[in-house]
Design a protein around this ligand. Structure first.
Ligand SMILES: Cc1cc2nc3c(=O)[nH]c(=O)nc-3n(C[C@H](O)[C@H](O)[C@H](O)COP(=O)(O)OP(=O)(O)OC[C@H]3O[C@@H](n4cnc5c(N)ncnc54)[C@H](O)[C@@H]3O)c2cc1C
Length: 245
């Protein structure tokens, strides 16, 4: 979905998101959060939207030229790692969205970067051509084996790690459905990997007012001192060591 903004924006950081709803009020009262997928111009953003329930159905029904309420940019986003640090992206389904901007920035800066992109089947590796066009080194994983590694994306990363195709001291950045993030967080902790997670927490407002997106934090971590962070303001990107996930 491409949105033309009322005014130009500065560069959006990978992992920052927007709250979107139809401008004519035809959708649910509460807007829905989406990672910024691409920024083709200062006043244009694209989003990769998987249609699942009433909010995304209402967005998909907006005709070309129709209006959208778009609150952006929200959240912290990923800090793009310096070229000296290897980066491994771990994406499940539309969790690939923040990695187009992040991948492009890494390719510009240099440094080894690999996208591990997993889904149930090849046709659910949505818009994978966009990553191929950027020439971002990509490893596919599908549950049914229809493309690339047969199995989930965490097993695929584990396989690459064992074979030495990615380094243990890389920075791992993961985004996707909650089940995948839990599995990846468990795996990363067992293996002693350093990483960040972009959470797809349910949200109401997107800018810290409604308190609907609490994330439990580790007392010893950088967000310690208070047992919860707000995913919309303090996240949606969190260091693995900072959240009790
Ligand atoms: C920061 C952020 C970035 C996101 N980026 C994208 C993106 O780039 N592309 C994209 O397609 N989606 C993205 N999402 C998820 C998207 O916001 C939800 O899919 C959307 O809100 C669903 O709304 P809906 O009304 O269509 O479905 P709902 O009726 O709200 O949900 C349908 C069903 O899906 C499940 N569900 C929906 N949202 C979530 C959730 N957040 N966590 C767990 N289960 C859920 C529930 O089981 C629910 O019953 C992102 C979410 C966050 C927080």
């Amino acid at each position: 979905m491409e949105v033309e903004l009322a005014e130009a924006l500065g560069r959006v950081a990978p992992g920052q998101f927007a709250m979107l709803s139809p401008g004519d009020g035809s959708g649910p009262l509460i807007p829905r959060p989406f990672s910024v997928y691409d920024q083709p111009a200062a006043d244009r953003l694209t989003f990769l939207v998987q249609v699942i329930g009433p909010g995304t159905q209402a967005l998909a029904a907006i005709p070309v030229g129709g209006s959208v309420l778009c609150t952006v940019p929200l959240g912290n986003g990923f800090v793009v790692a310096p070229a000296e640090r290897e980066v491994v992206f771990v994406a499940g389904g539309v969790g690939s969205a923040p990695f187009l901007l992040y991948g492009r920035e890494r390719l510009r800066r240099g440094g080894k970067t690999t996208l591990f992109f997993g889904a149930r089947s090849a046709e659910r590796l949505y818009d994978r051509e966009a990553f191929e066009k950027e020439r971002l080194p990509t490893v596919y994983a599908t549950d049914d084996g229809s493309l690339g590694f047969r199995g989930n994306v965490v097993a695929c990363v584990a396989d690459a790690l064992r074979a030495g195709r990615v380094g243990r001291d890389a920075l791992f950045a993961a985004c996707g459905p909650e089940g995948l993030l839990h599995a990846f967080a468990r795996f990363a902790r067992e293996e002693g990997l350093d990483g960040e997670l972009s959470l797809e927490t349910y949200m109401g407002c997107g800018y810290g007012v409604c308190n609907a997106c609490p994330v439990a934090t580790e007392a010893e971590g950088p967000l310690g001192g208070w047992p919860y962070a707000k995913s919309c303001l303090d996240g949606p990107v969190f260091a693995l060591r900072s959240i009790a996930f």
